[in-house]
Write a protein that binds this ligand. Structure first.
Ligand code: SF4
Ligand code: SF4
Length: 318
C-alpha cells in the first residue's frame, strides 16, 4: 500500500500518462482566495448572463471543499483536443468537432480514479468534476501547475496553448502538490483587441452577454443584441456558427499545438471538406449524422439554423 504523499503523487503522474492525459498536476483542496467573491461580483453585474451553473451559489465556488468537505487534494488533468492547424479558420468552435468532452472526460476520470485505487493499493474517497461542476477549474489548474489563466480567461499551457479540456479528481488522499505557474501573457493583449464584440473589456474578464460563444450556444432568443449584429457585419461570415475561437486563434501560445492524438476528438470525415455554405445548407439528417454525440448536437438543428440565419442577417446588413 502506498501512503507517502510523494510516492502517491508520483503514482498519480504515472497513471495519468498511461491513461492518455496530456497534462497532470496536483494542488491542495484549500480555498481559492477571492474566487467566489469575484464570481459573485460578476453575477451581480449581470456579466454571467443567464448561465445558471455560474449564477447558482457563486460563493460555493470559492473552494473545492464547498463541494467535497472531505477533500484534501485535487488532481487536475488536461487533454489536448485540437485537430486543425491554427491557420485553418472554422465557423465552428474547435472543441465542438469531436465527441462531447463531458462524456469522454467523465469516462476517463472515472476509470482513472478506479485504477488509482488499484495502483495505490488502498481505498479513498473521490469525486470527479468536469466543466460546469461548481469548482473554479481554471484557477485550480493554474495552482496545480498546468498553465495560467490568460487574458482571454482560458487556461493556457506553454505546449498546448488553450486547446485543452480540463477535468479534476477531488480526493481525500494526501498528495504532494505541484507549484503554481505564473502568467506568461506579459504585455500581450491581442486576444482582447481581437474580440469583435468587446466582451473581453479588461484582462481576464469576460462579459458573457456580449460573447459570441454564449450567444451562439446558450442564448435562446431569435434576435441578437446590437453588439453581436455589429460584430457579424465586421467579421468574415461564418466564423461563429457554433461558438467562437477568435480570442484563442490569435493567441501566440496556440500556434504550435500538436494535433490531438485522441481520436474521439477528431471531426467527422464529412466535416473536413465542408465550407460555410455547406454547413448552412445542411439537412437535418445530415446534421444529426455529422454532429452525432458532439456538443453541436446538443444545440439542436433548429438553433443551428437560427445561428446560420443570424449570421446571414448580419452579413446582409453590411
Ligand atoms: S469567444 Fe469570441 S466573442 Fe467571446 S470573448 Fe472570445 S473573441 Fe470575444
Ligand atoms: S493572446 Fe496574449 S494576452 Fe491573450 S491569452 Fe494569449 S498570451 Fe495571454
Amino acid at each position: 500500500m502506498i501512503t507517502d504523499p510523494h510516492k502517491s503523487a508520483a503514482a498519480v503522474k504515472t497513471l495519468a500518462g498511461q491513461s492518455g492525459f496530456d497534462l497532470v498536476g496536483i494542488t491542495s483542496a484549500e480555498p481559492l482566495p477571492k474566487a467566489g467573491q469575484n464570481l459573485l461580483q460578476a453575477v451581480e453585474h449581470g456579466h454571467t448572463a443567464d448561465l445558471s451553473y455560474l449564477n447558482r451559489h457563486p460563493l460555493a465556488r470559492s473552494g473545492p471543499q464547498s463541494l467535497a468537505p472531505w477533500a484534501r487534494s485535487v488532481i487536475c488533468l488536461g487533454i489536448n483536443y485540437n485537430y486543425f492547424p491554427v491557420e485553418v479558420h472554422l465557423p465552428l468552435s474547435r472543441y465542438a468537432l469531436g465527441r462531447d468532452y463531458h462524456l469522454v472526460l467523465t469516462e476517463k476520470l472515472q476509470l482513472f480514479s478506479h485504477q488509482l485505487g488499484d495502483l495505490l493499493g488502498r481505498d479513498f474517497r473521490s469525486r470527479i468534476a468536469v466543466d460546469t461542476t461548481a469548482i473554479m477549474e481554471k484557477l485550480l489548474a493554474q495552482r496545480a501547475g498546468l498553465g495560467w489563466q490568460g487574458k482571454n480567461t482560458l487556461l493556457v499551457n506553454k505546449t498546448f496553448g488553450s486547446w485543452i479540456f480540463l477535468g479534476e479528481v477531488l480526493t481525500d488522499l494526501d498528495l504532494f502538490c505541484d507549484d503554481p505557474v505564473a502568467s506568461r501573457c506579459g504585455r500581450c493583449r491581442v486576444c482582447i483587441d481581437a474580440c469583435p464584440t468587446g466582451a473581453l473589456s479588461e484582462p481576464g474578464f469576460l462579459d458573457a452577454r456580449k460573447c459570441l460563444s454564449y450567444l451562439t450556444i446558450e442564448y435562446r432568443g431569435d434576435v441578437w443584441p446590437e453588439v453581436a449584429r455589429k460584430a457579424g457585419t465586421a467579421k468574415e461570415p461564418g466564423q461563429c456558427l457554433y461558438g467562437c475561437d477568435i480570442c484563442q486563434q490569435v493567441c501566440p501560445f496556440n500556434c504550435h499545438t500538436p494535433r490531438t492524438l485522441h481520436e474521439q476528438f477528431h471531426p467527422h470525415p464529412e466535416l473536413l471538406d465542408m465550407r460555410f455554405d455547406d454547413l448552412t445548407a445542411m439537412s437535418q439528417p445530415q446534421f444529426e449524422r455529422v454532429f452525432a454525440e458532439t456538443p453541436v448536437a446538443r444545440l439542436s438543428y433548429q438553433r443551428f439554423r437560427r445561428n446560420s440565419h443570424l449570421m446571414g442577417f448580419c452579413k446582409a446588413e453590411s
